[in-house]
Design a protein around this ligand. Structure first.
Ligand code: CO
Length: 170
C-alpha cells in the first residue's frame, strides 16, 4: 500500500524522530508500505518522517531496474564516517520530499552503518561506499530533521530559493 508523501514545508520533516523501542508487526507493515511508496515514486531510499511518522525507520533499495529487488529495513540506523582515509565525495542528490531539485552534495565517502533489522537482529556494515553510503547518510539526516537542501552550496541555494519557497507554500 502506498502512503502520501510529505513535501518540503511539512513540519514533520523538520522534527527529530524518536527511537523505535520494539520492532512490532505494525512497524514492519509500515516499513513495507514505505517500500511500496518508494518504488512507486522511483526512489532508492525513504525515511519515516517523509510519510508523516517521526520514528527512526528508514527503507533502502539500491537494486538496478534489471535486478531483483533488494529491500532493506533499517530500524534505529546509525551511520558514521569511517575513521582513516575518508575523502569527501561530491555527487548529485534528490529527495522524494523535494521534487524537481537535483544538486551536488558533499558527503563522507566511506561509512559504517549499524541498525536493527525486521527480525530484531543487530546488523553492522563496515566500509560502505558509493550510493549506499550516500543514501544512508541522506536518510539519517531525515531522522534528525535535516534536508539535503540545507547542505547545498551558496550558489545552488540562490538558484533554487524561489522553487523551494513555492514548494513550502503549497
Ligand atoms: Co530525502
Amino acid at each position: 500500500m502506498t502512503l502520501p508523501l510529505c513535501i518540503y514545508g511539512s513540519p514533520v520533516l523538520r522534527k527529530k524522530s524518536e527511537p523505535v523501542e520494539e520492532i512490532t508487526p505494525e512497524l514492519v507493515e509500515l516499513a513495507r508500505n514505505m517500500l511500496d511508496t518508494m518504488y512507486n515514486a522511483n526512489g532508492v531510499g525513504l525515511a519515516a518522517p517523509q510519510v508523516g511518522k517521526n520514528i527512526r525507520l528508514v527503507v533502502i533499495d539500491l537494486s538496478k531496474e534489471d535486478e531483483e529487488r533488494n529491500p532493506i529495513m533499517l530500524f534505529n540506523p546509525v551511520v558514521e564516517p569511517e575513521e582513516g582515509e575518508n575523502p569527501v565525495a561530491l555527487e548529485e542528490e534528490g529527495c522524494l520530499s523535494i521534487p524537481e531539485i537535483w544538486v551536488k552534495i558533499s558527503r563522507p565517502s566511506r561509512v559504517r552503518i549499524t541498525y536493527t533489522n525486521e527480525n530484531s537482529e543487530t546488523v553492522e556494515l563496515r566500509g560502505v561506499t558509493g550510493k549506499f553510503a550516500r543514501c544512508a547518510l541522506h536518510e539519517q539526516d531525515h531522522l534528525n530533521g535535516i534536508l539535503f537542501v540545507d547542505k547545498m552550496s551558496m550558489s545552488d541555494k540562490a538558484m533554487n530559493a524561489s522553487k523551494l519557497k513555492r514548494m513550502a507554500k503549497k
